[in-house]
Write a protein that binds this ligand. Structure first.
Ligand code: ZN
Length: 1140
């Protein structure tokens, strides 16, 4: 702004304040009006900075307090005040100090019949009241009484005034003290009546804005408990519900419906969950723990506070610091290495877990070379059956290919028609290859070098603890009451026999899966409830479907429709069945149920966790999932069986006790389903299913008596499913299940499949869990070429990589990634061979077996998040963490600190696969701490692996990675291993439960195939990392280069320009949800009025005056006449817009 203008403005303002000459004031006002009517907001802000607000307010007070105010001055002055005040954050406060509040109120009272002046006063009052403290002040001074007089009783005269008054009232009611006053004076009833009047008279919807403001008044009053009580008492639910019935599906009524829905949700009476206790149905008595109470802590953030007692506070006065608060800012802490708690002696016990360092391999021949190559001679060297490093540039194309060849396996060198175990046989046998055809008898061809065991023919001993639930048996369909609940009635001895029969009729080919081994392994799995039944999908196996599944497109207004259905339960209780059809707590309910009228549920199997099912309507069920064992929270994971369905009917399921505040279910994710009938027809797939999916806060609160934690909120995940078959048996899960037994069976098959002359595959027990389950530790490397000391020495010199997974039991995706890693590492892929020859892999594939077995989402049997126990784990309470950390310390102690440590997880809030790593510099920088390069020097090597993966792994996104060290993560594996063990490349690898929003898999959900591929590609990443590292030997370099030259697929990916994603680009977790999930508080995102809407109103008024049509000649808001769509587009905030 030019200098002259500056001084000119100041002169104008000071003249305005000091002058009492009418003409001078009028002139200055006109100049100011013209000055501010052009240009940008910058002018107004400049004027504010020069005391413009004060000058105008002072002029107002002076002019209004005269005996006969001059309205020729006041009107333009008030308009200027609105314009400036809207942009001045301290405007209300300034007005209060200059006593302009009172003056304006008095002016309004005096002009109740002088509409022109009144509306100007109302506008200014609205601007004043935008700060809650000022709104409260206005309330004390009787502003609400004044406004109420203007808006009641119903009248179609002077609608512009009524609208303005309602808008002020809505703003005033944001103050809780004002709301209380309104309730006490019975305004709520008046407002409801007024709503009904407008509702019935405004049939052509000409006054949407006005009616919306009226609803906003109700919305704000019902923010307080007494408001909600009064609302319910006045039949508010019924009255507003009727409104939704009239307009649901009418998009132009959105501004009204959205507020109505918010009020209905808020006032829906809170009730406790229909559960006997909030804590888990299962209790585990922890050995050595004296306290019987679960140690589980409840986060205070989880509680909804009804800030009834609170003083009115301005929302911007308490600006909350962002999550940076959580960043570690203490350089000493970041760089210090805590003392090791293990004594030398204690550490030495881990020597037994690194036998590869002491074993002498005497059984190997001393000669090196030729004899080793028997398989190569047979021409199956090229077989890459086990690995699928992502091939080709576009996996989309790949997906289409999968569409075309549904059942074909991606093999080269092996006939995919062969039964898988024959293939395994081919792979593993070294000297005595057998090609006999044994279709349908999977077990019989399974033999390993030292163990001749035929699982299919094995007699099931009487003490057989596990058996398959035979849900597929026809007899089960005809007599459903004999369902698998009564485990004693199940044919114990026929388990394997049944499987054999089924396999004969329905041969299947799932790599690295064998039902007999699964059944055998299940015997050793110890659960807290003592599960006696095996879920069909776990036994039969899952094969990734031959198609990739897109993210589900969210239907517009679906959440609204679901909420209206929920509210209907309250309005019309007689239409609710409310029948308990399944309950762990009250198993007798089952007996009373007429099974033909409802679905049957069951979850008494490994990882199953349904606690209760209630039939709400004929095709709708409320489901409650069990809390983590010894805990009263963490409900998110679910896995249960459902049967007795009718085909082609839409069933709605509501999981009503979820806990997370948001979920990828709002952003395209679907739950997974496995149909037994489909499986027996040759499609043994877990697939993503469900539509009309949304996730929102519901009206259930934690039972205060049970948990000692009243008011904790719950969320509903709702989805609808149309089942493919009549009377099918289907399994539904949060995500692709992967049980502990599946892991044990998988490790067994892996071990049997490897060529032990070439691959050192050692499966041992890290420790036993609290529940008595062995936690496996796997070591993979290449056997030495011979037992010569040179070769043995070469093995002992190999650096270590340590990979762990599934510390969080609900994150089954991490197990699928791990499965891919394991299968790749033992594969014949030359890259895997080279990796084995150069590294020793220490893998703990499941850090929390107990949690997985018992259907937990987050915790161990002590109700603890094991990934918050790494700082000081105890051997007694967190054995798996204690011994993993001990092993790492041991490696560190003998000078063999791992090159890479990676902990596989699943992420419920973000898309893609990405890393969390640790960087001092990035942490300090992000926290705003000065980074002195002379003090803080950091190896940026932590970035290399994620950069590589960004290029070669289709699901991986470096833009989602973070390398910050947060205080809240100080006790996680990643941070502790980085800080205490000194592993520079210490990572958490997060895989989305949902899918990808970038790269070749953009807009696809992740399936098990993609997850396994990620696990394999992770190994490729380790290979390329070595190639780039300074310690890379010339031999490795030469071999690797030759190898890469022959692999065009990888070459191509490495050259792929990194999709524009750079590490500096931080993606938001998700854009704001289209429909709000929470509704209890007025969140700041909840924009009710456009900021400068008053400008618009003033302009329209001025235009109307200029046209000379005065006030609403025809009684209609002229705005809605001139552009009927205006309201819709203007007031649809992003939340309510449909996706583009
Ligand atoms: Zn996790």
């Amino acid at each position: 702004m030019a200098e002259q203008e500056t001084s000119g403005l100041q002169v104008l303002l000071s003249t305005l304040q000091s002058s009492s000459d009418r003409e001078t004031i009028l002139n200055i006002l006109q100049v100011l009006t013209e000055l501010l009517s052009v240009g940008t907001d910058r002018r107004i802000h400049y004027m504010i900075s020069k005391g413009g607000s004060e000058a105008l307010l002072q002029t107002l007070v002076d002019s209004a307090r005269t005996a006969s105010p001059d309205y020729n001055i006041l009107l333009p002055l008030l308009r200027l005040l609105v314009k400036v005040g809207q942009r001045d954050k301290k405007f209300g406060q300034k007005a209060l100090e200059l006593e302009a509040l009172d003056v304006t109120l008095i002016l309004a009272r005096k002009n109740l019949s002088h509409k022109q002046t009144l509306i100007h006063c109302l506008w200014v009052l609205q601007v004043f009241a935008s700060r809650v403290t000022i709104a409260a002040m206005l309330g004390i001074n009787g502003a609400m009484e004044l406004l109420f007089k203007v808006i009641t009783p119903y009248s179609r005269k002077h609608t512009r005034i009524i609208r303005a008054a309602m808008e002020v009232l809505a703003v005033l009611l944001k103050s809780k003290s004002n709301s209380r006053r309104a309730v006490n004076r019975g305004y709520l009833n008046g407002l409801l009546r007024l709503h009904q009047d407008w509702q019935s008279h405004d049939t052509s919807n000409d006054f949407i804005q006005l009616r919306r403001s009226l609803l906003l008044c109700l919305k704000h009053i019902t923010n307080i408990q007494s408001g909600r009580d009064a609302f319910l008492g006045a039949q508010g639910m019924e009255i507003l519900f009727a409104t939704t019935q009239n307009y649901l599906g009418n998009q132009s009524m959105d501004p009204i419906i959205s507020i109505v829905i918010q009020i209905l949700r808020k006032c829906y009476p809170k009730c406790s969950l229909p559960l006997a206790t909030a804590s888990s149905y299962y209790f585990f008595s922890v050995p050595g723990d004296i306290s019987s109470g679960p140690p589980c802590t409840i986060n205070e953030d989880d509680f909804e506070e009804d800030a009834e007692e609170e003083e009115d506070k301005d929302s911007d006065s308490e600006e909350t610091k962002e999550e940076d608060d959580d960043l570690e800012t203490d350089l000493k802490k970041l760089t210090s290495k805590p003392l090791v708690h293990w004594t030398e002696e204690e550490l030495n016990q881990y020597e037994a877990m690194c036998l590869e360092l002491s074993y002498n391999f005497q059984e190997l021949e001393s000669k090196s070379g030729e004899e080793m190559s028997s398989e190569e001679d047979l021409g199956i060297h090229q077989c890459t059956y086990f690995c699928h490093i992502p091939i080709q540039t576009s996996s989309k194309r790949h997906c289409q290919e999968r569409d075309r060849r549904p059942q074909e396996l991606e093999t080269s060198g092996i006939n995919s028609q062969d039964p898988p175990l024959k293939q395994i046989k081919i792979m593993n046998s070294t000297g005595n290859l057998s090609y006999e055809e044994t279709p349908g008898k999977l077990g019989s061809c399974l033999s390993s070098n030292n163990q001749e065991e035929d699982y299919s023919r094995r007699e099931a001993p009487n003490t057989h603890a596990s058996f398959i639930e035979p849900p597929w048996g026809a007899e089960m369909y005809s007599c459903p009451n004999k369902n698998a609940f009564l485990s004693s009635s199940i044919m114990i001895d026929e388990t394997s026999e049944t499987v054999s029969k089924f396999l004969e009729r329905h041969p299947m080919d799932i790599p690295f899966h064998n039902p007999y081994i699964y059944i055998a392994k299940a015997e050793g799995t110890k659960s807290v409830p003592g599960f006696k039944v095996l879920a069909f999908p776990d036994v039969w196996g899952h094969h990734s479907p031959p198609f990739a599944q897109s993210l589900l497109e969210r239907k517009c207004g679906i959440q609204r429709a679901k909420i209206v259905e929920d509210v209907q339960r309250f309005i019309q209780p007689d239409k609710v069945i409310g029948r308990v059809v399944f309950s762990l707590d009250e198993p007798w309910f089952l007996e009373c149920t007429d099974a033909s009228e409802c679905l049957r549920f069951f979850s008494g199997f490994e990882s199953g966790n349904l606690r209760k099912a209630i039939q709400v309507r004929q095709f709708e069920y409320d489901l409650l999932i069990n809390a983590d064992v010894n805990c009263a929270q963490h409900q998110q994971w679910f896995y249960f069986k459902v049967s007795g369905m009718k085909a082609a009917m839409p069933y709605r399921f509501n999981v009503i006790n979820c806990e997370k505040v948001n979920s990828q279910f709002n952003y395209g994710m679907q739950p997974t389903m496995y149909s037994v009938k489909e499986a027996l027809q040759g499609r043994p797939h877990w697939v993503r299913v469900g539509y009309d999916i949304c996730y929102y806060k519901n009206n259930y609160r934690q039972n205060s008596a049970a948990a000692g934690a009243p008011g904790k909120c719950h969320y509903t995940l709702t989805f609808s499913i149309t089942f493919p078959h009549n009377e099918d048996v289907c399994y539904l899960a949060y995500h692709y299940p992967y049980t502990y037994t599946a892991l044990m069976a998988h490790l067994d098959l892996l071990e049997k499949s490897v060529n032990h002359k070439k691959i050192y595959f050692h499966h041992q027990v890290l420790c036993k869990t609290l529940g008595g389950n062995p936690c496996p530790l796997v070591t993979i490397t290449a056997m030495p070429k011979s037992n010569s000391s040179d070769h043995v020495q070469q093995l002992r010199q190999r650096p270590y990589h340590v990979i762990v997974a599934r510390v969080h039991p609900g994150e089954s995706n991490s197990s699928w990634v791990m499965k891919g890693t394991l299968e790749f590492l033992i594969s014949r892929d030359p890259i895997a061979e080279l990796l084995r020859e150069n590294f020793i892999f220490k893998i703990i594939p499941m850090l929390n077996p107990d949690g997985v077995i018992n259907g937990n989402h987050r915790c161990s049997l002590r109700g603890e998040d094991l990934n918050r126990q790494w700082l000081s784990p105890s051997a007694q309470h967190q054995p798996t963490i204690y011994h993993t950390k001990g092993l790492l310390h041991y490696l560190n102690n003998i000078g063999r600190t791992p090159v890479v440590f990676c902990d596989f997880h699943g992420h419920s809030q973000k898309k893609n696969v990405f890393f969390y790593g640790c960087s001092i510099k990035e942490t300090l920088w992000q926290a705003g701490c000065p980074v002195d390069p002379s003090i803080v020097s950091e190896d940026v090597g932590y970035r290399t692996l994620p950069k590589i993966l960004d290029k070669v792994a289709p699901a991986f996104a470096i833009s989602s990675c973070s390398f910050l060290v947060e205080k809240s993560r100080a006790s996680t594996a990643r941070v502790v291993v980085w800080r205490e063990i000194g592993v520079l490349r210490s990572y958490t690898m997060e895989s989305s439960y949902c899918g990808c929003n970038q790269g070749p898999y953009k807009d696809l959900q992740l399936g098990t195939r993609e997850l396994e591929e990620m696990g394999a590609t992770f190994c490729l990443g380790l290979f390329l990392l070595q190639l780039k590292s300074l310690t890379c030997s010339s031999e490795f370099m030469a071999k690797a280069s030759a190898l890469l030259d022959s692999r065009e697929d990888i070459q191509h990916q490495l050259q792929r320009s990194s999709s524009g994603s750079s590490i500096d680009v931080e993606l938001d977790d998700e854009p704001p949800c289209m429909e709000e999930i929470d509704y209890s508080t007025d969140c700041s995102s909840d924009q009710e009025t456009d900021v400068y809407e008053l400008d618009q109103q003033i302009q329209e008024m001025t235009l109307a005056e200029a046209r000379g049509d005065g006030e609403e000649k025809n009684g209609v808001d002229n705005r809605s006449l001139s552009s009927p769509e205006f309201y819709v587009s203007k007031h649809l905030t992003n939340k309510y817009r449909t996706s583009p």
